[in-house]
Design a binder for this molecule. Sequence first.
Ligand SMILES: [Zn+2]
Length: 393
Amino acid sequence: MQERNNQISLQSTATRILQELVEAPSVTPCDSGLIITMARYLEELGFETTWFEVNGVRNLIAKQCFSEGPSFAFSGHVDVVPAEKAHWHTDPFKATVVDEVIYGRGVSDMKGGIAAMLSATRVLLSSAEKLKGTFYWLLTSDEEGEAEYGTKQIVERLGEAGVTIDACLVGEPTSHTRVGDVIRNGRRGSISGAIKIAGKAGHVAYPEQTVNAAHIAGKVVAILCDLAWSKDQPDVKTTLQVTGVTTTTDVDNIVPEACQVNFNVRYSHGYCNQEIIAMIERSLASFKDNLSVDWSRACNPYYTSADTEHAFLNLVEDAIVQCTARYPIVNTAGGTSDGRFFANGHTQIIECGVKNDTIHQANECLPINDLIKIEQIYLTILHSFFKDDNDPS
Ligand SMILES: [Zn+2]
């Protein structure tokens, strides 16, 4: 009976917070006041808060030190992608409950995670247990965009203050078919390239007087697709995809003078951006008189292994087993995330959140039971991370 009561109170707290968060239309980079709302909630729980603005983006650092010991950070974003009202059955900026499912923009990505963690934080702090370590909450309103002024700036500020986080939980929606079935211990890096190929135009009947930029482009594409990624790990593979090939002509009697090949590389943590650039430029060296490469949108990878002492990955896995009776799949799938900004060789970063099957879509939704389940998982993680082994209770 007691467990049932406990569940009901968990449910109502997280749901109520989530409803409040959804009703603020915080489309990137606007936070619609949510950074300050969250700062107020965390202050009520005893956190010291600092919020700061960079280029119109608000970020929050909240900190509560219990005692000497390791530091834990919950990292999240209050911003959401836009919602086209015409495609929704309900108002995307009102959390509407239909058949025990909450509909609204950001309920899964990732206001649900924030509401669950806030509710879990309350429960943790209201228990009589003695806690050790330092608890950080790190929130931004610039994750869904270029992410230049969000978590990157938060980590820089922490660095200036001499703070390196020991364990970071990113609340992104990682689950696949049920809450806790998939978590991420890394993300691949990403970089885009645009290869500009210069040839010499002329009549197609006299090819010996021309340099066909499209033919060079064909050879370039073949080389890119044949690259071997020897530094990949068994569980994380590098992939290169050509995303476009364009020429200057669309008639059938002129050899094209110029051609552009666009591509993107998603690379494993065996590589860094500079190595990818060097490797691709070396592979194209025989065409160097005819082409140049513009690089853009570089994002470094991150990877957290279970090979360290007191590995945070093991702690999260154990919490999930306790709450769901099953081990999660651990992978580095998906696009880039703010987790990359914490990568420094020390910080152990794990992403764990609700299901991602409706994120960025019309009618984004989150079953109330999933919100309860992720809150239980978060609370179990918090209890086990901050538990003071010297506390007899
Ligand atoms: Zn997200």
